[in-house]
Design a protein around this ligand. Structure first.
Ligand SMILES: C[S@@+](CC[C@H](N)C(=O)[O-])C[C@H]1O[C@@H](n2cnc3c(N)ncnc32)[C@H](O)[C@@H]1O
Length: 272
């Protein structure tokens, strides 16, 4: 990929990266593997309906929040660290006449500014792997979820030790470096007393998103040839990094999973 200087500063963290216009160009509107197909699957598993009040934790541009409000008629709170992304969510809500259904909250998933037992469902897509303290976030998810309500998480799974060649900026911003093993995701929820934990593999989603990034990178080169667009120099080397990521996927090192779990009612909390 060719680069021209526009914003040469490295994104310091995933939040920086996920609020750049170039990110939307590379990934599309949904910043998680599997896109709205997996969001729909999660929503159905969580039994989201018109009566539901849903918390979308680390909501990015709010693509899933908008989808849930539009397709399931529910109320959604989109929570993210990035004010920039939430501004986009508000603008899109207005554009789609969904402002009465969607509210936004700038907050850290590790300290959710809502009372206990507030939400009928929680979704958290491709974000646990970006949290500094995932256990704290799991604890907060459990706290704000109503008893008998369900949480749905989808995330990148690290099945093998990260190869040295992938210990770089791209792994950080593409959510690979912070990814956990599938058992570790289960452990996070079990430690908070979530029950009925159900996990399924969706490895196709990670392969699909890498293909998409590759295709968009190629397109970017074409645009650059015509001098229509400039991209940050820190994207230099993405071609080689994507090749390494593909190799790691091919040997089963990297995958994607979808999981749901239920917060038990206080009466059943002591029974297994
Ligand atoms: C990979 S994107 C996923 C966005 C969205 N869930 C989606 O699927 O389109 C990760 C998001 O997590 C947000 N994020 C990272 N750490 C966070 C935290 N501790 N609390 C809240 N949001 C966080 C980032 O700002 C970014 O929007």
């Amino acid at each position: 990929m060719k680069t021209q200087s526009m914003n040469n500063a490295n994104p310091n963290c995933c939040m920086d990266f996920y609020q750049l216009p170039i990110t939307q160009f590379l990934l599309g509107d949904s910043f998680h593997p599997g896109g709205l197909k997996l969001t729909k699957q999660l929503a159905q598993q969580l039994l989201i309906s018109r009566e539901s009040r849903v918390l979308d934790i680390a909501s990015g541009r709010g693509t899933s929040s908008l989808y849930l409000a539009e397709q399931f008629g529910c109320e959604v709170v989109a929570l993210d660290l990035s004010e920039k992304n939430l501004t986009i969510t508000r603008a899109l809500s207005k554009e789609k006449n969904l402002s009465s259904k969607i509210t936004t909250t700038v907050a850290n998933a590790e300290k959710i500014p809502f009372n206990d037992n507030t939400f009928d469902a929680i979704i958290c897509e491709c974000a646990v792997c970006t949290f500094e303290a995932p256990q704290l976030a799991a604890n907060e998810m459990f706290r704000v979820l109503k008893p008998n309500a369900k949480i749905g998480i989808s995330d990148v799974v690290l099945n093998q030790k990260l190869p040295r060649k992938l210990d770089n900026l791209f792994s950080t911003i593409f959510c690979i470096k912070g990814a956990l093993s599938s058992q570790h995701y289960v452990d996070l929820l079990q430690a908070e007393n979530f029950k009925r934990i159900n996990q399924s593999q969706a490895d196709w989603a990670i392969a699909e998103i890498v293909e998409k990034i590759k295709a968009q990178s190629k397109l970017l080169d074409t645009v650059l040839d015509s001098d229509l667009l400039s991209v940050p120099s820190w994207l230099n080397g993405s071609e080689a990094a994507l090749k390494e990521i593909e190799k790691f996927i091919a040997v089963g090192g990297l995958g994607y999973m979808v999981m749901t779990a239920k917060k038990p009612s206080p009466l059943s909390a002591t029974t297994p």
